[in-house]
Design a protein around this ligand. Structure first.
Ligand SMILES: Nc1ncnc2c1ncn2[C@@H]1O[C@H](COP(=O)(O)OP(=O)(O)OP(=O)(O)O)[C@@H](O)[C@H]1O
Length: 210
């Protein structure tokens, strides 16, 4: 089991529960989609898994290790979880090389260079090192965001509405690319989507939130 969520409850304001005893299990290498109406708590589940919110109760285990329960809270950077946000959140003042190598500054310069090159190869953007985010198309920005997230070698990849900023034509292309990258590295992935087609195309398993 790569991700196990047990009896997770959460509210933003302590009044209205967004999640009530929510459970979820995802196997290693599996790609799962969270689907459900707007406001059903899809992004909240990703945020809790990444450690950006603290649950009211329940437990989350990643690769067999408890990252949060009533006693414990592991900081986001220690969870080995990579999250790509809806708006990609690239650093506008850093170029592609700097964006991707941001999370691996503990490595030597040589290793960092190698790893960044490997990731640019993976997302098919070798040669783009010196470009700035505003000099990239939406699809390219998304692939750089993915490369940056994958750089430290996360055990779990979280994608929040990865196709929402793309027009229909590009969306098709990006979906295929994203799926093939995920398969190539075999990373366990959860994706949030409000689009049934995207979810069906990308995921082996769909989890419906009400
Ligand atoms: N920071 C916040 N403070 C207070 N309430 C919030 C906050 N973020 C989300 N909520 C509320 O929590 C509920 C779940 O939100 P969440 O973003 O997880 O839903 P979602 O299923 O991802 O929705 P969408 O498909 O529209 O992105 C919603 O009712 C939302 O209004």
């Amino acid at each position: 089991m790569q991700l196990k969520i047990s009896d997770l409850s959460f509210s933003y304001n302590k009044k209205e529960k967004v999640l009530n005893d929510f459970n979820l299990e995802i196997n290693k290498g599996e790609v799962a989609a969270l689907v459900g109406r707007s406001g059903s708590g899809k992004s909240t589940i990703l945020r809790l898994t990444a450690g950006l919110e603290i649950p009211d109760s329940g437990r989350i285990e990643i690769a067999g290790k408890t990252v949060v329960d009533e006693q414990k809270f592991l900081a986001p950077e220690k969870r080995k979880v990579g999250m790509v946000f809806q708006d990609y959140a690239l650093f506008p003042h850093l170029n592609v090389y700097q964006n991707i190598s941001f999370g691996i500054d503990h490595l030597s310069k040589k290793k960092r260079k190698e790893r960044t090159a490997e990731l640019l190869e993976l997302v098919n953007l070798a040669g783009f090192e010196k470009r700035y985010p505003h000099q990239l198309s939406g699809g390219q920005q998304q692939r750089i965001a993915l490369a940056r997230t994958l750089a430290p070698g996360p055990k779990l990849l979280l994608l929040d509405e990865p196709f929402s900023n793309l027009d229909t034509e590009l969306r098709d292309k990006i979906r295929k690319e994203l799926k093939s990258i995920i398969k190539e590295i075999g990373i366990t992935t959860i994706l949030v989507s409000h689009d049934k087609n995207d979810a069906e195309f990308m995921a082996e398993k769909e989890i419906l939130l009400n």
